[in-house]
Structure formats: C-alpha cells, structure tokens
Design a protein around this ligand. Structure first.
Ligand code: GLU
Length: 424
C-alpha cells in the first residue's frame, strides 16, 4: 500500500537508488521481519534549511543545507556533516541510511543520520566558513542534540568545524553541551584516536580479510582513490604492514609507482599540493588509468558511485576495501562477485570512525577520558567481532559480505522496530 516518495527520483546508480537495491537484496534473508522493511526505504525525518551569510565583500550568499534522520529505532541519530558543492537531499538521504546500517552492523546504540551543505568550502574565507557552519548549526538545532542526533565530521569538515558546531549549539541552549557532536578537538571533549579511526578501521578489516583469503600483506600492491583522512591513514598503516602503495588518486590527479610510493614524502606534499605535487616520486597518469593499474587491493576512499560496472571489469584487485560511503554501484557489485573479487562493504569497512565517535560520546557523558591504547584495542575488538560475525553469516547463506552485513544490521534494526511497535 505504501506510496513512492515524491521528493526524490532515484536512478539505478544514484546513491539512494543504490541503497534501495541493497535493501531489496536482503529481503529474502529477513524472515518474518521482512514485513517491516518499508521502514528502511524512507527517512524518518528530513530537514532542508536556508543558510544565508554576509560574505567578506559585503554581498549576501545563500546555501542549501540538510539534516536527514533516517532511522532512530535503536538510538539517537548519528552521522557526519558534508560540505561539498554537489551535495543534494537525495545524497544525504542515502548517506543517512548507510549510517543506520553501519551503526547496527557494529552494534552501536545509534540510529542513522547525515547532514550536508551544498557549498564549496575551498571558495570560502575562514570567516565565511565559520559563519556558514554556525548558521547551519543553529538552523538544524531544532532536531539535533546529545540525546537525539549527534553530528560528526565527513567530507570537507574537521575538528575546527565541530568546535564551532558545539559552541553554537551550546550558546543556543545556554550551557556547554560537548556531547552534541563528535570529532571535536581534544581539549573540547574530543577523543584520542578519532582522527585516524576511519583509516584504522579500513586497515583492521582489510588485514582480517586478507588473512582469511590467504593473501600476504607483505609486498601486496595497493591502489587508493581519495587521499584525505581515510585513504592516507589506511595507506600508511598498510605500508607499515609491508604493503606497497602503487597508485593514489585525489582531486588533483593520479600518481603511480610500481615499486611503491614513498608515503613519508607523499602524505605531507598531498596536504598542500595534492598527490600530483609529488611528481618526483612516481608517474602522473590519466585518471581513468588508475582503475587498471595492476594491484592486489583496491581502496576506494573518495565519493559515491566511483566503482562502475566498466571499472569493476578492469580491476586486477582480489580485494576491495570500501573506505568511502557507497563507492560501488549495484551492477559493479555483481561483476566483482562473479569475478571472485571480495568486497568488504562500506557499512563495515569504514565503521571505525563512528565507532570512535561512540567512544568520544561515552567519554563526554562520563567526563572520564581513555588513553589511546585503550581506544585502539577496543576499536580493533569491535571491528573484528563485527566482521567475523558477518563473514559467518555470508558463509551460512552463501551471500556476499555486503548482503550479509545488511542481513545482520537489518535484523537488529527491524527487531527494535517490531519490539517498540508503531506509535500511536
Ligand atoms: N562521517 C563518518 C561516516 O561516514 C563518521 C560519522 C560519525 O562519526 O558519526 O561514518
């Protein structure tokens, strides 16, 4: 009886379209809980806000902002804030839904949410960036809060932006509320290990997947797309474990070196000039060549929809680690499965960030802070337990790791939905 949503028109490979087909694939494994599945195909709440600011030159600029709370059956909403000129409501809906699946897959007591502003932050001065952040926070302030919905960093947002968000929310409620966002600076209730947590989680799940596949990380060739907080940290950890980073792509271009790129030099240069700034350390090649660079492990750690059917045909990787959210379109997923390429899906592979966000939130509430070893040991344990449970589920039903992750996560979400019952 349910009507289609009127405010989005997803296509097969668009983020929301991709998410919907991922949900459809899990229905046969949900048993009687399948009755509740429609609840996953629509967000609980979506807010669109206008963000007007006075620019440095005296003109007034307006930006469109969103906060989508996809599902809160298991706990408060949780998920990052993205600043990007291509952000749309449909994209934020998909990203919020992937947070619902992700928090359930690692069994954190959260639902899923996401936010974004349609803006290119590189074109704003620091003052303009602060104004945009504060006005946006104030606008979404009616639905966020330490017990209702907790934002965090995502693409193009960082600890400074979280500090402004925390301050703005706190000013509006009349008291310091550190637990309203995670990914904050350390002295403002942030957590040790948070900045590297997503990349570390990609490494932990990748190391375990390689072990199960019988792939030796020493000498393994790795190609990384996206060299920000996720891709560069994962690359460093794999290189420490003896792997060779043979190709890296970012918004400036693609650099390859079959003997392995020198990360100690590449990482700092990439921060200012992008990866093509390290010409001396490798060959700059056309972007499309990234996908057929010979490699054993492929880490898409940029944006959605990058691993297309055509690129899935080309890759020589045996293992794909989804550092980004939604990098693989459904058709590419099928091609990879047919070709025997193992995909560790985003909703488990990049869950390290939200896991340490959870640690941060718990530390803020108890006002008691843990040392970095404790954080990394707990992160490792949660990721390994989650991955192993998902792997066993995949083996049992002979399904991909993605469908198995959805089976585990959707069962938890829909069980909570059923036990709570429908209000009124
Ligand atoms: N933006 C990150 C993600 O996509 C982290 C979210 C969080 O820490 O709440 O998982």
């Amino acid at each position: 009886m349910s009507e289609q949503l009127s405010f989005v028109s997803p296509t097969a490979n668009s983020p929301w379209g991709t998410y919907l087909s991922q949900v459809d694939r899990v229905v046969p494994y949900l048993g009687p809980l399948a009755r509740w599945v429609e609840t996953l195909k629509r967000p609980k709440r979506a807010l669109i806000v206008d963000v007007p600011i006075e620019m440095d030159d005296g003109t007034i600029a307006h930006f469109e902002g969103y906060r989508v709370q996809h599902n809160m059956s298991r706990g408060p909403g949780k998920g990052g804030i993205r600043f990007h000129p291509d952000v749309t409501l449909e994209e934020v809906m998909a990203l919020s839904a992937w947070m619902t699946i992700k928090t359930a897959a690692v069994n954190l007591p959260y639902g899923g949410a996401k936010g974004g502003i349609r803006v290119d932050p590189k074109k704003l001065s620091p003052q303009e960036l602060e104004k945009v952040t504060r006005r946006y926070t104030s606008e979404i302030g009616i639905i966020i809060g330490p017990h209702t919905d907790i934002p965090a960093p995502d693409v193009n947002t960082n600890a400074q932006i979280m500090a402004w968000m925390m301050d703005t929310y706190s000013m509006n409620v009349g008291g310091t509320a550190t637990g309203v966002v995670t990914g904050k600076p350390l002295h403002l209730g942030g957590s040790l290990g948070r900045v590297k947590a997503t990349g570390r989680g990609v490494f932990v799940t990748g190391r375990e997947a390689a072990r199960r596949l019988g792939m030796d990380l020493r000498g393994a060739r790795i190609a990384v797309q996206g060299f920000g907080n996720v891709g560069s940290v994962a690359a460093e950890l794999f290189a420490e474990a003896g792997a060779k980073i043979v190709a890296v792509q970012d918004h400036t271009g693609t650099i390859v070196n079959s003997n392995g790129l020198d990360l100690a030099k590449l990482v700092p240069i990439s921060r200012t000039d992008g990866v093509v700034g390290f010409k001396a350390g490798g060959d700059i090649v056309p972007n499309e060549d990234f996908w057929n660079t010979p490699c054993d492990i492929l880490i898409p750690a940029a944006l959605e929809g990058q691993l297309t059917a055509e690129r899935a045909q080309k890759t020589t990787a045996k293992l794909v680690l989804e550092g980004a959210n939604g990098p693989t379109v459904p058709q590419a997923d099928d091609i990879l499965a047919e070709r025997g390429v193992l995909v560790v899906p985003d909703v488990i592979c990049n869950a390290g960030g939200v896991t340490v966000s959870y640690f941060e939130w718990v530390q803020d509430f108890s006002s008691f802070f843990w040392d970095e070893d404790e954080i990394n040991v707990r992160l490792d344990r949660i990721m390994m337990n989650a991955l192993n449970h998902i792997w066993d589920t995949a083996d049992k039903h002979k399904i991909t790791l993605r469908t198995a992750t959805y089976a585990v996560a959707c069962e938890r979400i829909l069980m909570a939905r059923q036990e709570r019952g429908l209000y009124p």
